[in-house]
Design a protein around this ligand. Structure first.
Ligand SMILES: [Zn+2]
Ligand SMILES: [Zn+2]
Length: 157
C-alpha cells in the first residue's frame, strides 16, 4: 500500500480518525506522518514521556519532598523512578502540567488510534477534570466528562 499523502513511498503507519459522521483512514509513510505531526505522537512511549518529564527541571523541585520516603522531586527526576507508593501522590500535582502538554500534542489523533498509555493519560485527565467540575458544582460539565469517560469504558463515575 502506498502512502496517501505522497503516493510514492510505501505506507508504514495507518491512522484512524473517528468523526461523528465518518471514519477517515490514512495510510502514511514515516516522512509524511511526521510532516503531519503524527509520527512523534505515535512513538511517545511511557519511557519517552518520562524522559520528557525528566528534562523539565525547576528550582522548586528540591522543595517537593515525599513525606514517606523523603525522595525529592528533583531526585525523582534524576533517578527516573519513585521511591515509594506515596511519591506518586506527592508529585502528581507538580507533573500534571506536563501530562497535560503530552495530552495536547495527542489531540489531533483519533481516540480509537490511541490505545495504552495515551488512553490512560486521557482517562486520568478526565477524572481530574471531573473532580474539578464537581467541586465547582458545574454539573453540566461533569455530565459531559462522564460521557467521555464512558467512551473509554469507565463506568464507575
Ligand atoms: Zn508519504
Ligand atoms: Zn515516597
Amino acid at each position: 500500500m502506498l502512502c496517501d499523502d505522497c503516493k510514492k513511498k510505501p505506507a508504514s503507519i495507518s491512522f484512524k480518525e473517528v468523526l461523528p459522521d465518518k471514519t477517515i483512514e490514512l495510510n502514511l509513510c514515516d516522512e509524511c506522518a511526521s510532516k503531519r505531526g503524527l509520527l512523534v505522537t505515535r512513538k511517545l512511549s511511557p519511557v519517552e514521556i518520562l524522559q520528557k518529564l525528566l528534562r523539565q527541571r525547576s528550582e522548586q523541585d528540591e522543595k517537593v519532598i515525599c513525606p514517606r520516603c523523603y525522595l525529592s522531586l528533583a531526585e525523582f527526576k534524576r533517578i527516573g523512578r519513585f521511591g515509594c507508593s506515596d511519591c506518586l501522590t506527592t508529585f502528581t500535582s507538580h507533573i500534571q502540567h506536563l501530562i497535560k502538554q503530552i495530552h495536547q500534542s495527542d489531540r489531533h489523533i483519533g481516540r480509537k488510534a490511541a490505545p495504552g498509555t495515551k488512553q490512560g493519560l486521557e482517562v486520568y485527565r478526565l477524572r481530574e477534570e471531573l473532580k474539578k467540575a464537581l467541586e465547582s458544582e458545574s454539573y453540566e460539565d461533569a455530565a459531559k466528562i462522564r460521557d467521555q469517560l464512558r467512551e473509554y469504558g469507565i463506568k464507575d463515575v
